[in-house]
Design a protein. Structure first.
Length: 148
């Protein structure tokens, strides 16, 4: 990937135009991340994964979720009950498609990741329902020591 904005350690907010992202990102990642698309349920590479490690934004590399916050959900997308840190994601009211829900965007690049619902497990009661295509994953044994 030739993405000059991608970093697993830099949390500086990005202000990059969609025209620039379109030159850098794959068609699928651009569609979901920048045009608020979604992948079909039960098709993503991470929806059933139980591997230990950290999930990052596929657009900018921002750390989003630890695997110990991931849980089995019947929704068809990877589900987490909390983000890795408070500012890792941002929340946007979403009234599209006649629904009242909350969109989750990357806190660094503002790319669409999925939605959050209040039907998750304890301790938060949240279910972050994320698109696998919007996530990169680094297994626990390959993660360098980085504090957030």
């Amino acid at each position: 990937m030739n993405n000059p904005y991608y970093s697993n350690t830099d949390i500086t907010l990005l202000d990059v135009s969609n025209d620039e992202w379109k030159k850098i990102l794959s068609e699928d990642v651009f569609y979901i991340g920048r045009q608020k698309g979604t992948e079909r349920p039960f098709t993503g590479k991470f929806w059933e994964s139980s591997e230990r490690g950290t999930y990052y934004c596929a657009v900018c590399g921002n750390a989003l979720f630890k695997s110990d916050s991931k849980f089995a959900s019947s929704c068809g997308w990877p589900s987490f009950f909390e983000s890795i840190r408070k500012d890792a994601v941002i929340y946007i009211p979403d009234y599209s498609h006649g629904m009242n829900r909350t969109e989750v965007e990357c806190g660094r690049c503002k790319s669409h990741l999925g939605h959050i619902f209040e039907d998750g497990p304890k301790p938060t009661g949240n279910r972050f329902c994320m698109n696998s295509l919007m996530l990169d994953f680094e297994p626990e044994d390959k993660i360098q020591s980085v504090s957030f």
